[in-house]
Design a binder for this molecule. Structure first.
Ligand SMILES: Cc1ncc(COP(=O)(O)O)c(C=O)c1O
Length: 376
């Protein structure tokens, strides 16, 4: 493959010899689970994001969502109606189902591709939502971020922001997570702040909620052999914490590099394929983290484009190719209306290769192959 869809080698190569020795020393320090390095990572993440609250490291971004629902269940034992966009990674919806709640599937906005505010309002009017899982997808966030937050606050809807993909995204120069009450993150290796194994965490402002989440992720422990709740084991290894603390020192350069590649794509594609494809970008005021290149096709079936590019060694992605409600996993859900914008998106989305360390020659290769396809 001349240009794979994703290549983690250049980012991993950022870790110098001295840094690797420090990371490997977790073995001598026997920081296999938790320990000082995890506490250091938590403090560094809070400081980096200007977050006025707690950050709790856990085993992955899915657990991060589920731990919040477990903490909510301490105060309510009835199933909740939880809004969720029909376009997201399955874990956003899965966390609602696994917690025994009812997903209320909502449409997206066709411009910013995030949860649509009118659809949220329609969902709340129809079903009286208790909570909302609000993912920030593709490396940016909704143009209506503040309006959606304000609506949830006014309507007493518990807002859980799924920030699995949005580490480092800023609005008007400020980390979007800084103004969230509860938000999660994933450190899956392919994420912008990618770990060396699965990982995740929860940002929480409320001290009691934070304490409960921390206990729930460690078997509900209140002392070594005392269990206040029935929780789960969702702890982070010292190895992962050291690796992530090291990567965090490079995150600004990583994001800059990914955004530079996106700019090159935009410049080189320009208006050459007008009426054939649309390039999507963060809304005004939002600085993305360069997680994904996103475009929708208007003039060609995606499978033909993918086959053509694949024949020439270029890996494309489709994030996401289907709706939550179309998953073969059978689950009950409610919905205020047909998700027309979400459906149009999943039927036409295609992603070009994007990762830290792409070269301009690789981007030229991708764009010229695209040109050959559309000009044939
Ligand atoms: C929007 C979203 N939510 C949740 C998750 C789950 O994170 P993890 O893979 O770390 O469990 C992901 C991971 O891709 C995601 O993209």
């Amino acid at each position: 493959m001349t240009v794979p869809f994703i290549d983690l080698k250049p980012q991993t190569a950022l870790v110098s010899g001295a840094e690797r020795r420090h990371i490997n020393a977790f073995f001598d320090d026997m920081e296999f689970v938790g320990g000082k390095s995890t506490a250091t990572l938590e403090a560094d993440i809070v400081a980096h994001c200007d977050f006025d609250g707690d950050f709790i490291a856990c085993a992955n971004g899915t657990d991060a969502l589920q731990l919040v629902f477990m903490a909510l269940a301490l105060n309510t034992d009835r199933p909740l109606k939880v809004g969720c966009p029909d376009v997201t990674f399955w874990a956003s919806c899965e966390a609602i189902i696994n917690a025994g709640h009812m997903p209320v599937l909502l449409d997206i906005d066709s411009h910013d591709l995030q949860l649509s505010l009118p659809s949220l309002q329609a969902g709340h009017e129809a079903f009286a939502l208790d909570a909302l899982v609000f993912p920030h997808l593709f490396g940016w966030c909704s143009a209506e971020l503040e309006a959606i937050r304000a609506y949830c606050r006014a309507q007493n809807i518990f807002l859980l922001e799924d920030g699995a993909q949005s580490f480092g995204v800023k609005k008007d120069g400020r980390h979007i997570v800084a103004d969230a009450d509860v938000s999660t993150v994933s450190f899956y290796p392919a994420k912008v702040l990618g770990g060396c194994m699965d990982g995740g965490g929860i940002f929480v402002k409320d001290a009691v909620l934070a304490e409960n989440i921390r206990k729930l992720g460690n078997h509900g422990r209140s002392s070594h052999y005392g269990y206040e709740f029935s929780g789960v084991n969702s702890r982070m290894s010292g190895l992962q914490a050291r690796y992530l603390t090291t990567m965090l020192t490079k995150i600004d350069a990583i994001i800059e590099d990914r955004n530079a590649s996106l700019t090159l794509y935009r410049e080189k594609i320009g208006s050459r394929f007008e009426n054939k494809l649309n390039l999507h970008a963060p809304p005004a005021g939002v600085t993305g983290n360069g997680y994904l290149q996103v475009m929708t096709l208007s003039a060609a079936p995606y499978d033909k484009v993918m086959a053509h590019m694949g024949e020439h060694g270029i890996g494309l992605g489709r994030v996401y190719p289907s709706l939550m409600r179309e998953q073969p996993a059978h689950f009950d859900y409610l919905s205020p209306a047909e998700p027309t914008a979400a459906k149009a998106f999943v039927d036409s989305v295609i992603n070009l290769p994007l990762y830290f360390g792409m070269t301009e020659a690789q981007i030229d290769d991708v764009v010229s192959r695209l040109e050959a396809f559309f000009n044939d």
